[in-house]
Write a protein that binds this ligand. Structure first.
Ligand code: ME8
Length: 532
């Protein structure tokens, strides 16, 4: 979709019991690329990330560290803020669930859910006693039938986490009454407005069959610990951490001030990006809570897959957690950003391996793209007096090649804005990168230098124009490297958005060019470094 409609995109807010790892970096990276893409496409964007700071898991982690919970969350939250800087995310806000604005929003949401009746005319929330299994690690309740037996006879949740028996007074949300409304919500294919409400399709099928099955009322408050947001008018209860956490998305949009410009502009959110493990919370509980409060559900939830490390599940106990700071230091930020979105079809699981990062950095970034720019710019520098040359008349081959570069944005836009197929978008872009290399190889400007210097100039200009298109379109993925490439091309800094694609804002002949420098280094495949 093009046009100027506002776009609100969110990452999950991260639990502050942990340090940032590659999984956290991945979800937010996908959002960042989408946010940058939408801005370059002329849309007003609000990109939110932040930290999820309440609940039993965080309370336990603080206690284990011998710290007061607030002091603990203040410190750990900063690590996630640092991640946003490290990864060069362009988030517009960083929300913390311990902030007053959020506590206010949660309590108001609760009140509204209480004030409204369910579609079956019943109270949405009622007080009872919860007796059942709870996993602190997942912050989730499980039915007996979902559990398996561990090695020592302990009960294990489908996620692999252990569960404990919980019995305490609790408020319940009448989830079952919202089944029909939820099914209608999943059926909306959103063809004119950003796609289906749950994506990819396999995930939509998964939640649909969950909701068609037996739906238990959801326990939404806890009484056996205190690190959470008090339930309005009943201080003995704190809200279930997922109800609290999910509400962050409307807090940041200005709720409960629904008359605010921000709320009117950005709610409902266009896209909640999540990992597949938290699909149910976002596509069942969250829309049901919102509908019960009389608010609109998000337009779309996209669940991506999980990363393994060199074939193994990533876990603290295996000691194979990948710290984004380490790989950024080793390979460079834009190389990591490119790799994470290129390596795996977005939505599928994928494996991180040093060999794969090296291969892609060397062959696709250094060889295919970096060399292309370096060769063309060096020839211009040497043979055209370090200025963007004035091209002569275009040949048929020039026209066809430039037309392919100019058409690229249309197919890339479809893959990114509507399908979140980042890998497909990169495949399409790289097809043009390869076409550009083919063009230069075929036209042989180094031969033309002697035989037909005027034609050489045209060839170099056409190649530079194609590189400008590629660098503009790649900006969301690799902002710093593309900015450097556009600087080297002498592309005006206010002509780098998608409206500048096409011939009207073409590179200006006569522009002085700096000495070209390689943008993407080649990595030596050092066995010691890869551990292979
Ligand atoms: O779930 N590969 O927070 P979180 C890919 N606080 N993604 C991974 C991953 C991996 N190996 N490991 C984790 C929470 N993730 C809640 C969210 S939102 C209202 C509350 C992803 O810190 C995971 O799928 O445990 C999730 O999207 C994100 O990291 C946050 O995980």
């Amino acid at each position: 979709m093009t046009g100027k409609a506002a776009y609100y995109i969110t990452t999950p807010i991260y639990y502050v019991n942990d340090s940032p790892h590659i999984g956290h970096a991945y979800t937010s990276l996908a959002c960042d690329v989408l946010a940058r893409f939408m801005r370059l496409d002329g849309r007003e964007v609000f990109f939110l990330t932040g930290t999820d700071e309440h609940g039993q898991k965080v309370e336990k982690s603080a206690a284990a560290a011998g710290r007061d919970p607030k002091e603990f969350v203040d410190e750990v939250s900063e690590r996630f803020r640092a991640l946003t800087k490290l990864m060069n995310y362009s988030n517009d806000d960083f929300i913390r669930t311990t902030e007053d604005r959020h506590i206010r929003a949660c309590q108001e949401l609760w009140r509204r859910i209480v004030a409204n009746k369910s579609p079956k005319g019943r109270e949405n929330i009622y007080l009872d006693t919860y007796g059942g299994w709870y996993s602190v690690r997942d912050e989730a309740f499980y039915g007996e039938a979902e559990l398996t037996k561990g090695a020592d006879g302990e009960k294990i949740a489908p996620s692999g986490a252990t569960v404990e028996w919980v019995e305490e007074p609790s408020y319940f949300f009448r989830l079952e009454d919202w089944r029909e409304r939820l099914l209608e919500y999943y059926a909306d294919d959103g063809a004119s407005d950003g796609g289906a409400s749950v994506a990819p399709d396999s995930r939509r099928n998964e939640v649909e069959s969950f909701v068609k099955g037996e739906l238990f009322d959801l326990s939404i408050s806890r009484t056996s610990f205190s690190w959470g947001i008090p339930v309005p008018d009943d201080d003995d209860h704190i809200m279930y951490v997922w109800l609290d956490a999910l509400t962050n998305y409307i807090t940041a949009a200005g709720f409960p001030n629904e008359d605010s410009e921000k709320y009117k502009t950005f709610w409902p959110a266009n896209l909640h990006m999540v990992g597949k493990d938290i699909l149910r919370f976002h596509t069942v509980y969250w829309p049901a809570f919102l509908m019960a409060a009389g608010l609109e559900p998000p337009k779309r939830v996209f669940a991506h897959g999980w990363w393994t490390n060199e074939g193994e599940k990533i876990s603290k106990s295996l000691g194979n957690v990948i710290d984004p700071a380490d790989i950024v230091e080793q390979y460079g930020l834009d190389q990591v950003r490119y790799f994470l979105l290129r390596e795996v079809p977005f939505g599928n699981d994928g494996d991180f391996s040093h060999r794969a990062v090296l291969l892609r950095s060397n062959s696709e970034l250094a060889n295919d793209f970096g060399n292309l720019a370096q060769r063309v710019l060096s020839m211009i520098h040497k043979n055209c007096d370090a200025q963007m040359p004035q091209p002569g008349e275009y040949s048929q081959a020039d026209k066809e090649f430039l037309a392919a570069a100019e058409a690229l944005i249309t197919s890339v836009r479809l893959e990114i804005s509507e399908k979140q197929s980042f890998h497909e978008a990169l495949t399409l872009i790289w097809a043009v990168v390869r076409q550009a290399n083919g063009y230069v190889a075929e036209q042989e400007p180094w031969v033309l230098r002697k035989s037909d210097p005027a034609r050489m100039v045209t060839v170099l200009y056409v190649a530079a124009e194609a590189i400008r298109h590629l660098a503009i379109i790649c900006q969301p993925f690799m902002p710093d490297s593309c900015a450097r490439m556009l600087d080297q091309l002498g592309a005006s800094s206010d002509k780098r958005d998608f409206t500048s694609l096409g011939p009207d804002d073409a590179l200006l002949p006569g522009t002085r060019l700096p000495e070209p420098e390689p943008i993407f280094p080649r990595f030596i495949n050092d066995d010691a470094k890869t551990g292979e």
